[in-house]
Design a protein. Structure first.
Length: 202
């Protein structure tokens, strides 16, 4: 899952209330939602005015229910989505069972507005920023000292710094999703995030 918080129960939305919505982006958890909302704001996109909703599903296992329910509520809604690499098969099956095509390789999924992170959201953001910029974000946030302490834990000492960064931010995914999205150079937006926003006109 994209967020530790998504392991808790998230009640299903009122799908009928979404009837007439221009577009819905389905994401696994709230950190994905925060990152996309932050990037949309940076692009000057008013998602509310555009009638675009980013909906966290509480995990990829719910994608079929969301796709089926949204299509029943209003087939005119433009659907899009973002998932982790480990959840590709879940999304593929959900798309096929919802009648949204028969072939779902990565290119086909992207054509339909569904994009896959190389590993997960945090990996995409950290790779786009680079180690030094991530450390700058930690420093500005007052957490660089905590990260240095984290690096010296027995379980972390032998790991590459990229793995240490991922392990550290896993405790504050929503928090750092916003900070990392704010810190990104506008020319270095990770392709899956850029793609899903562009698909809905942002």
């Amino acid at each position: 899952m994209s967020d530790a918080q998504t392991r808790t129960y998230i009640p299903l939305p009122d799908f009928e209330a979404l009837r007439g919505t221009n577009a819905v982006i389905l994401v696994e958890g709230p950190s994905d939602q925060v990152a996309l909302e932050t990037l949309a704001k940076r692009r000057g996109c008013d998602l509310e005015a555009m009638d675009v909703q980013i909906v966290p599903m509480g995990g990829a296992t719910n994608v079929r229910v969301y796709l089926d329910s949204l299509r029943r509520a209003d087939e005119r809604i433009l659907l899009a989505g973002l998932c982790d690499a480990g959840e590709i098969e879940m999304f593929r099956k959900g798309l096929m069972r919802a009648g949204m095509g028969k072939s779902h390789d990565l290119h086909d999924m992207a054509e339909r507005g569904f994009f896959v992170c190389h590993r997960d959201l945090e990996d995409e953001l950290i790779r786009a920023l680079g180690t030094e910029r991530v450390l700058d974000v930690f420093d500005s946030d007052g957490r660089l000292g905590k990260f240095r302490g984290f690096q010296h834990q027995v379980a972390q000492r032998e790991l590459p710094v990229e793995a240490q960064l991922l392990g550290f931010v896993s405790n504050w995914k929503i928090h750092f999703a916003r900070l990392f999205a704010e810190a990104l150079d506008e020319n270095c937006i990770p392709e899956p995030l850029d793609g899903v926003l562009s698909h809905v006109g942002c």
